[in-house]
Design a protein around this ligand. Structure first.
Ligand code: ADP
Ligand code: MG
Length: 566
C-alpha cells in the first residue's frame, strides 16, 4: 500500500516545500501526522498504480480503529510529572485562582484529582473537551493549551478512566467519563455525558467547597503510575509543578498538592541578592516563512548563581540542572537544555538561563503537544545563537577566573617533575587520542543540516579503546578553587596535552598534596593516580550521556572521600 502526503511544508528541511511525499510504510503514518514539524494539508491512500492521482475519489471512510488507537495514545512519551501539569494548564487557562491536586487512595486504588475554581465548562465545551482534538478557540499569545489534545492524552498516559465534573456560574453540574476499556469493548469513542448525580455533587463540594464555577478531573484505574508510593509520587510532582508554574504561583495562583501550597521554585534564583543578573534582554525575532514575515520578541534571562554548599539550593548545581529553561506563555515546557549552544560542563554548574516565548512562535520553536520538547527552526536557532554564544563564553571564562587558585611553588615543582615523568613514559601509557590538525566541529543534523563549532576544549570525540603510544603525550597540572563540595579534579584536553585541574578546596588535595609536600613521593603518586583517572575519563566518557555518568561517579567518589578525610 502506498500513502501519498500532499502539500507538506517542512521547516526542518532546507528546501522549504515538498509538494508531495510518498512512502509505502503505513505504520509510519500516525507518527508523521503527530509530528509538529510537518504540516500536512491533505493525504490519500493509494492501493492502485503508482503516480495516479486519487484526489477525485475521496469517498472511502478510513476512520481510525478506536480500540487500537486509544491504547496506542497511552504511550506518546508523556511522563506523569508532565502529564498532570498539562491538565493543570487547562485550569490556568480557565482563570482559576485555586488549583488543588489530590493524590490519594480510593477503595485501595490510587486516584488523582485535579480541581479548580475556574470558569468551568458548559455542555458544548465539555462535549469538545472529552474528545481527542477538541474544537475550542485558543489564544496562542497567552493560553497554555494549544492542540486540543491535552486533557485526553495526558490523562490516558496515566490512567484508564477519566471523569470530569464541571459547572459554569449559571449551569448545572455536569459529568463526563471516558474509559479505555469501554472504548475497546465498543470499538468506538463512547463516553458518559450527563447531569451529575448527588454523589458527584458531594464529591465536587468536598473538594472545591462553595465555588460558583469550577472543574474537577478525576483519574482512576491508574495503571501507569511512575511511582506506586503515593507520598513520594506527590513530592516529586510538587517539585516539578512548583518550577513549571513558578510565574503563575508568583502572580498569586494558589496551587496545592494534597493540601500543601506550592512555593515557586526558581532555577535562576533571580531574587537572591547574591545571584548575578548576567542578562535580562529581549531579542526581536524575525522569520521569513514562505513569503510571510513572522516577528515576535523572545525574552532572555541569564543568571550566575551564588556558590551553594551541598544541599542548600532548591535545585542542585550540577550538570543535570545547568542550562536553559524554556517557557511558553510563562509556563516552563523544557528544563536544563543546552539548546545546542554549549556542551554540559562543570564550568556551567552555576549558569541558568530562561528563554521566554509566546505561542506565536510554536511552529518555529518546534513545540510538540506533550509540551516536553522543542526542535528549533534553523533561522530561530541562528538568531538565538547570535545573541547567546558570546555571552556563554563570557560566563564560562568568568567562572574560570573566579576559580583560579595559586599553586604553592613547592607543589608546582613536584607537578613539573611528574609532568616530565609522564612525558617520558607517554609511549607506554594509554592516553586519549590527540585531535586531528584542527578539532572537528560537532555536526548536528537537526532541522535539515547545520554545522556548529564548539569551544575546542569541550569537544570529546569518541576515541578508540586502547591508544597506547602517547598520542596525548603532554600533561599539565593546574589548581582551581571549585568549592569543598566540588569534584576532586577536572580533566580536559587541549591539543596533545591532558590538563588535570586539582580542586584546591577538596580535602583530598589538602591531605595528599599540600600536607605531603615534603614527601614528594606521595604527591607524585597522587598526581599519577588523578592523571590516570583523567586519561580514562577523556578516553571513555565522550558523549552527553556518558559525561553524565562520569559526573555521577566523580560526585560519589568526591563526596565519600570528603567525608572520610574530613
Ligand atoms: N479545567 C477546565 N476548565 C475549563 N475548561 C476546560 C478545563 N479543562 C479543559 N477545558 C476545555 O477543554 C478544552 C480542551 O482541553 P485540552 O484537551 O487540554 O486541549 P487544549 O487545552 O489544547 O485546548 C480546553 O480548550 C477548554 O476549553
Ligand atoms: Mg490543555
Amino acid at each position: 500500500m502506498l500513502v501519498e502526503l500532499e502539500r507538506i511544508s517542512c521547516e526542518r528541511m532546507e528546501s522549504e516545500k515538498f509538494p508531495t511525499i510518498c512512502f509505502d510504510f503505513v505504520p509510519l503514518f500516525p507518527v508523521l501526522l503527530l509530528n509538529p514539524n510537518l504540516h500536512i494539508e491533505s493525504w490519500c491512500v493509494r492501493t492502485s498504480r503508482q503516480g495516479e492521482s486519487m484526489s477525485s475519489k475521496f469517498s472511502h471512510s478510513s476512520t481510525p480503529n478506536p480500540g487500537k488507537l486509544v491504547e496506542s495514545l497511552r504511550y506518546l512519551g508523556y511522563d506523569n510529572y508532565h502529564a498532570i501539569p498539562d491538565i493543570v494548564d487547562n485550569s490556568v487557562d480557565a482563570d482559576a485562582k485555586n488549583i488543588k491536586v489530590l493524590v490519594r487512595s480510593f477503595h485501595n486504588e490510587p486516584e488523582i484529582i485535579i480541581a479548580d475554581d475556574g470558569v468551568g465548562m458548559d455542555e458544548e465545551i465539555l462535549d469538545q473537551a472529552i474528545r481527542l482534538g477538541s474544537l475550542v478557540e485558543k489564544d496562542s499569545a497567552s493560553d497554555l493549551g494549544r492542540f486540543g489534545m491535552g486533557l485526553c492524552t495526558a490523562s490516558l498516559s496515566i490512567c484508564r478512566q477519566t471523569s470530569v465534573l464541571t459547572k459554569t456560574q449559571d449551569g448545572a453540574l455536569l459529568r463526563a467519563v471516558n474509559d479505555v476499556d469501554e472504548v475497546k469493548r465498543h470499538n468506538s469513542f463512547v463516553s458518559v455525558f450527563e447531569k451529575a448525580d448527588d454523589e458527584d455533587k458531594e464529591l465536587f463540594q468536598s473538594v472545591l467547597g462553595e465555588t460558583q464555577s469550577g472543574t474537577i478531573v478525576i483519574l482512576r484505574k491508574c495503571d501507569n503510575l511512575q511511582n506506586k508510593n503515593l507520598s513520594i509520587f506527590s513530592k516529586t510532582l510538587a517539585k516539578h509543578m512548583a518550577r513549571i508554574f513558578r510565574y503563575f504561583i508568583t502572580a498569586g495562583v494558589n496551587i496545592s498538592i494534597n493540601g500543601n501550597r506550592l512555593e515557586a521554585i526558581d532555577p535562576l534564583e533571580w531574587e537572591d541578592l547574591r545571584t548575578e543578573h548576567f542578562d535580562d534582554g529581549q531579542i526581536e525575532i524575525k522569520i521569513n516563512d514562505d513569503g510571510n514575515t513572522v516577528t515576535d520578541t523572545i525574552r532572555v534571562k541569564l543568571s550566575i548563581l551564588p556558590e551553594s554548599t551541598e544541599g542548600s539550593a532548591a535545585i542542585a548545581q550540577n550538570l543535570k540542572s545547568q542550562g536553559f529553561y524554556i517557557l511558553r506563555n510563562n509556563r516552563e515546557i523544557v528544563d536544563a537544555h543546552t539548546l545546542d549552544l554549549f556542551s554540559k560542563h562543570n564550568d556551567f554548574n552555576r549558569f541558568r538561563g530562561e528563554i521566554h516565548f509566546t505561542g506565536t512562535l510554536d511552529k518555529y520553536m518546534g513545540v510538540n503537544f506533550t509540551k516536553r520538547d522543542i526542535a528549533l527552526h534553523q533561522s530561530l536557532f541562528d538568531q538565538l545563537s547570535q545573541y547567546l554564544t558570546g555571552q556563554l563564553k563570557t560566563i564560562r571564562s568568568r567562572v574560570r577566573k573566579a576559580q583560579q587558585a595559586e599553586t604553592p611553588q613547592d607543589v608546582a615543582d613536584v607537578h613539573k617533575s611528574v609532568e616530565l615523568e609522564i612525558q617520558r613514559k607517554s609511549k607506554l601509557l594509554m592516553t586519549p587520542k590527540a585531535p586531528k590538525e584542527k578539532r572537528e566541529s560537532t555536526e548536528r543534523k537537526r532541522n535539515g543540516s547545520r554545522e556548529k563549532t564548539e569551544d575546542t576544549n569541550q569537544i570529546r570525540e569518541p576515541r578508540e579503546k586502547q591508544q597506547q603510544g602517547g598520542f596525548a603525550a603532554n600533561c599539565r597540572f593546574e589548581t582551581a578553587s571549585m568549592g569543598e563540595s566540588g569534584a576532586i579534579y577536572e580533566a580536559e584536553q587541549q591539543g596533545r596535552t591532558v590538563i588535570v585541574r586539582w580542586n584546591s578546596d577538596h580535602p583530598f588535595y589538602k591531605r595528599f598534596v599540600l600536607e605531603n609536600v615534603l614527601d614528594k613521593k606521595i604527591v607524585a603518586a597522587s598526581d599519577f593516580l588523578i592523571y590516570s583517572l583523567a586519561c580514562a575519563e577523556l578516553m571513555w566518557f565522550t558523549n552527553d550521556e556518558t559525561v553524565e555518568l562520569i559526573h555521577n561517579l566523580k560526585t560519589v567518589m568526591s563526596a565519600n572521600m570528603r567525608t572520610l578525610l574530613s
